[in-house]
Design a protein around this ligand. Structure first.
Ligand code: VGL
Ligand code: ZN
Length: 218
């Protein structure tokens, strides 16, 4: 699976990570710079995946009002993706054809669509995603969404750790970049772990015009 576009078949799953209003809409509480730009790219991938009979799964960050994930409760983040609120909804422009996997509903912490951490015991808990992919005999996963340096990187690292051939769509991810360069460092971690990066757009920073760059696909 290399080159500018992944190929889809019934053994491949497209994982659309956290394309929710709080991340993708500029008015969201944890808005990712240029986050909505992933939507048309993902829409094309979703269409290609559907046409080829691939599985499509969407993850949704789905937090209670009070969770150690939020700064006000001892964690890192402003409140975001609180279940049953506008911010937690998948972005209205995202075509949704497939399973939605919610994570964090019981106050678990973490970023991956595959695993969550119990804040009391520190134990890792699986979401239903791995079982779903196994049930469908999925061997390869293609990942895009938000944000590169949190949920995308952790989801893709879990995928390769679980034995899936894993590729990340560079044109369909954007980073939080709490520290400048976090998104690029996440891509480097992915490459080092054996994840294939496809597409050509570098992780666009605020000063980037959004023009395609020819840094070359990894
Ligand atoms: C995410 C920060 C906090 C993400 C989720 O989806 O990347 N980032 N919760
Ligand atoms: Zn979150």
């Amino acid at each position: 699976m290399s080159g500018a576009r992944p190929s889809y078949d019934s053994g491949t799953a497209l994982l659309v990570v956290d394309v929710q209003n709080d991340f993708a809409d500029p008015a969201g509480s944890l808005a990712v710079a240029d986050g909505a730009a992933v939507i048309p790219v993902l829409a094309a991938e979703i269409a290609a995946a559907r046409a080829a009979g691939a599985l499509i799964a969407y993850s949704q960050d789905w937090h209670p009002d009070v969770t150690p994930h939020f700064a006000k409760d001892g964690g890192t983040w402003p409140a975001h993706c609180v279940m049953q609120t506008w911010g937690a909804e998948l972005h209205p422009d995202l075509p949704v054809f497939g399973h939605v996997v919610r994570k964090g509903s019981n106050g678990e912490d973490g970023y991956s669509a595959f695993t969550m951490r119990d804040p009391q015991t520190g134990a890792m808990i699986e979401t239903e995603l791995h079982a779903l992919l196994r049930r469908r005999s999925i061997a390869r996963v293609v990942v895009g969404g938000l944000a590169t340096d949190y949920c995308v990187v952790e989801t893709a690292l879990d995928a390769i750790r679980l034995g899936y051939e894993t590729c990340v769509l560079r044109d369909a991810v954007r980073a939080v970049d709490l520290l400048p360069g976090d998104g690029d460092r996440a891509l480097a971690r992915l490459r080092a772990a054996g994840v294939t990066l496809v597409g050509r757009l570098a992780d666009a920073g605020p000063g980037d015009s959004g023009a395609r760059q020819s840094k070359g696909a990894a």
